[in-house]
Ligand binder design. Structure first.
Ligand code: T46
Length: 134
């Protein structure tokens, strides 16, 4: 599976580090929403859905976690553990997030506002949806 990661420039000096992300410059879409997942209960697995339209960039700004991506044909697991690295999550990808470290903060930049109708939360429905698209 094609995994697209963005490496963001770090503006570091003797005071510490700073990462800036500009929509349509550093990432390919307009940012309409930002959310973050933190204080995750150990051992928990989140996600279990795909999106019909939404594009997202996932950045583990603190700690680490793993992301399972599944396009219906292939699966891949990506470790996120760098505050300057973003994982691009296109639409029509089933995702699960797991192995969160205790201190993990997973920040997500999203191309659209929250819309429950954009979610496919049933795996068989996801497979049907992507085969209809082909
Ligand atoms: C995704 C993965 C990576 C809102 O009210 N607004 C929001 O913008 C979001 C993202 C969620 N919510 C509500 C909906 C649920 O009642 O927050 C609750 C938890 O959401 P959910 O169970 O969908 O969270 P995750 O961690 O399973 O999935 C989230 C995103 O929802 C999803 O788009 O791709 O992170």
């Amino acid at each position: 599976m094609n995994i697209l990661k963005y490496q963001f420039p770090i503006h570091g000096d003797e005071r510490g580090k700073l990462v800036a992300i500009e929509e349509q410059n550093d990432i390919p879409f307009i940012i309409r929403r930002v959310y973050y997942v933190y204080d995750t209960v150990q051992g928990v697995r989140r996600g279990y859905h795909a999106h019909k339209n939404l594009q997202q960039i996932l950045i583990c700004v603190k700690g680490s976690c793993k992301i399972l991506l599944d396009n219906g044909h292939e699966k891949a697991v990506v470790l996120l553990d760098k505050a300057d690295e973003g994982l691009y999550l296109a639409n029509n990808i089933w995702r699960e997030m797991f192995d969160f470290s205790e201190d993990a903060v997973l920040m997500v930049l999203a191309s659209e506002k929250y819309d429950e109708n954009d979610y496919i939360r049933d795996y068989d429905e996801f497979i049907r949806f992507i085969s209809e698209q082909q």
